[in-house]
Design a protein around this ligand. Structure first.
Ligand SMILES: [Zn+2]
Length: 188
């Protein structure tokens, strides 16, 4: 498994890419959804959620993980009906979603018995700050930060975490997106 796999609006995976080590999420999920993640990603997000929930007495859960090509296609169709062109700012073209790697995790939270699918900065400022500072210890980065929208091509998504493994520490300390990391370190 290539944990540094770069998927964005210009680097797609195509119709047929399916990660070969997906596992079913067995802990509580947002709305009881059936979710699959890459094996190591799942192991690490479980640890992260356990720690953040203990720290803040919250119930933050996995909202979304692996999204197959067909699912992405339907999601976009729905959103296009609702929002038209604007949909492309918040959703990838089918085959270009990082969720197809199995390495991306969206999180949401239960509050007073209600489920809120998007983990927003305003609602949970302390928790988000913790994530920004600590996610790397589990191998994750906040993939679409507010100050990097021009580089990532995505609006600020504090709820979208991406597993990258050990390199997460470097990315966090140098404040680099995955795109910037490729440019700085992986180009000839
Ligand atoms: Zn996401």
């Amino acid at each position: 498994m290539d944990y540094l796999m770069l998927v964005n609006k210009t680097n797609g995976l195509g119709k047929y890419y399916i990660p070969n080590n997906l596992v079913k999420v067995k802990i509580k999920t947002g709305g009881g959804k059936k979710i699959y993640l890459e094996k190591k990603t799942y192991k690490q997000i479980k640890k992260l959620l356990k720690d953040i929930n203990k720290e803040f007495m919250t119930e933050i859960v996995i909202d979304s993980g692996y999204r197959p090509y067909l699912y992405q296609e339907n999601l976009l169709k729905d959103l296009l009906q609702e929002k038209q062109e604007e949909a492309y700012n918040s959703l990838a073209k089918p085959g270009y979603s990082e969720h197809q790697t199995g390495l991306a995790v969206d999180i949401g939270f239960y509050k007073d018995g209600h489920y809120v699918p998007k983990f927003k900065n305003e609602d949970f400022a302390k928790e988000f700050l913790w994530l920004k500072d600590n996610a790397y210890k589990y191998g994750f980065i906040v993939r679409y930060p507010s100050d990097k929208t021009a580089i990532t091509g995505y609006i600020y998504e504090p709820w979208h975490l991406r597993y990258v493994g050990n390199i997460a520490e470097l990315l966090t300390k140098e404040n680099l997106t995955l795109e910037e990391y490729y440019e700085k370190y992986l180009q000839d």
